[in-house]
Design a protein around this ligand. Structure first.
Ligand SMILES: [Fe+2]
Ligand SMILES: [Fe+2]
Length: 184
């Protein structure tokens, strides 16, 4: 339960940003598939799922804050080619990693909002990985190729994302292996 207005504002903003990232990645994923880059399309869809998990977690933290709000949130626009779309994805992820979530986490910590702090922490840990994955995808797309990509695993609890081995348990939130969604 959130007690402080500033943390509630930040949770709503993060919810808005994650919701839009979810939608944007589904749109860009479909575009990458049409561009004959099915692995990049699959990466977008897996990461869209992670952003959904983040939005859900922020929304849950706000469950007692009923009412209508106008929500200002960071949003990336542009829908052109795969390389450019991936640049938008990289820029959005880096904004969250370098600016948004560090500030939101500090505010939540200062206000002793443990649930919000955890929700922000879970998100930022995934966003670091997303930025790197999108960079790898863009390196391939710049050469006119699809990326090399095995199965992608996303923790349904915190959004942790990996294309390495399926973890025994989530390194970010500690959830069991069964909680991972597979995108293969
Ligand atoms: Fe992300
Ligand atoms: Fe997790």
């Amino acid at each position: 339960m959130v007690k402080n207005a500033m943390t509630a504002d930040f949770l709503r903003s993060a919810y808005g940003g994650e919701s839009m990232a979810h939608m944007r990645y589904l749109i860009w994923g479909e575009a990458a598939e049409k561009d004959k880059k099915p692995n990049i399309g699959r990466l977008f869809k897996a990461i869209a799922y992670a952003e959904w998990a983040h939005a859900r977690n922020h929304f849950q933290e706000l469950k007692e804050q009923k009412g209508d709000f106008t929500v200002p949130a960071g949003a990336v626009f542009g829908h052109t080619d795969t390389v450019e779309n991936l640049q938008g994805a990289i820029d959005g992820e880096l904004h969250e990693v370098e600016q948004m979530y560090p500030v939101f986490m500090e505010a939540a910590k200062f206000q002793n909002e443990k649930g919000a702090e955890r929700s922000f922490y879970w998100a930022v840990e995934a966003e670091k990985i997303h930025a790197k994955m999108f960079k790898d995808a863009q390196d391939a797309a710049k050469q006119g190729k699809d990326m090399e990509l095995g199965p992608v695993y996303v923790c349904s609890v915190c959004g942790h994302t990996t294309a390495d081995n399926l973890p025994d348990k989530c390194p970010v939130c500690g959830a069991k292996q069964e909680k991972y969604q597979h995108f293969d």
